[in-house]
Write a protein that binds this ligand. Sequence first.
Ligand SMILES: NC(=O)c1ccc[n+]([C@@H]2O[C@H](COP(=O)([O-])OP(=O)(O)OC[C@H]3O[C@@H](n4cnc5c(N)ncnc54)[C@H](OP(=O)(O)O)[C@@H]3O)[C@@H](O)[C@H]2O)c1
Length: 269
Amino acid sequence: MPAPAPVKSLDGRLTMRDGKTIPQFGLGVYEMNDQEAYDSTRAALDAGYRHVDTAEWYENEAPCGKAINQWCKENNVPRSEIFLTSKLMHNKTYDRAYADIKKSLKRAEVDSFDLYLMHSPIGGPQIRKNIWRALVDAKKEGLLKSIGVSNFGKKHIQEMIDQGVELPVVNQIDLHPFMRHPEIVEICEQNNIILEAWGPLARAQRFDHPAILEVAKAKGRDAAQIFLRWGLQHGFVIIPKSVSAKRIASNSQIFDFELNEDEMKEVSC
Ligand SMILES: NC(=O)c1ccc[n+]([C@@H]2O[C@H](COP(=O)([O-])OP(=O)(O)OC[C@H]3O[C@@H](n4cnc5c(N)ncnc54)[C@H](OP(=O)(O)O)[C@@H]3O)[C@@H](O)[C@H]2O)c1
């Protein structure tokens, strides 16, 4: 019998401030219904992705978890090789946050999330502090392997530094060549907080910009690949979303070329 084809993997990892690692490239599943989330997760794993970014808000933790579990079983890949992120939707109370984490774990059919984020800073300093404490405690209990935040501005990160609390391992914010948030990037980098880029393709709204088209033509790549390569070279974790198996595959073809300094500047519009 011929040996089975090796399973592809795009598992380049960054080390987070808690010593754990995160694949720098993953699939985002925002605005996918159950079937789309299930199919796209499987297509991404087939294409070599090892990281999926879901959220309570997206209402698709269940199909993502199901797709990962089934795919791992069928392909003889240890479940621990797939990095799964989810996020807390409501910033209400410590108890509510802790309960919501448990509900998300159950929906995703996992014992722990590799990464779990406070989805937004909404609520004011005291609520943020309470919610963060719930995430810290859930991590101590082994329910969450790493914890981070999302959509935190400079002042929210500074607030955590001033409170002397454990700092997040990542801050997931909108980052792409047209949205660079230099002040947030600076405070995160100074404190060894990894930037995760949501909307790394600018939701496909700026693919026809002349600077993007020019660099894409020079490199023989499509506009999406130029956006993603830009994020990768900045050291951001990038989680492009697509429901198309073809685009899921082409979005991952970004590890065999490089943008030079001038090209990086040119596409930073
Ligand atoms: N933390 C937060 O608050 C937050 C907010 C938003 C998003 N996120 C996360 O970040 C992920 C990515 O962000 P996003 O989904 O907002 O936007 P995005 O990844 O920047 O763009 C997705 C859009 O680009 C299209 N697309 C993908 N690949 C393409 C290609 N090669 N050519 C042409 N079009 C392409 C997709 O359409 P098709 O699906 O039809 O391919 C979709 O319309 C989300 O899915 C989610 O996991 C987090």
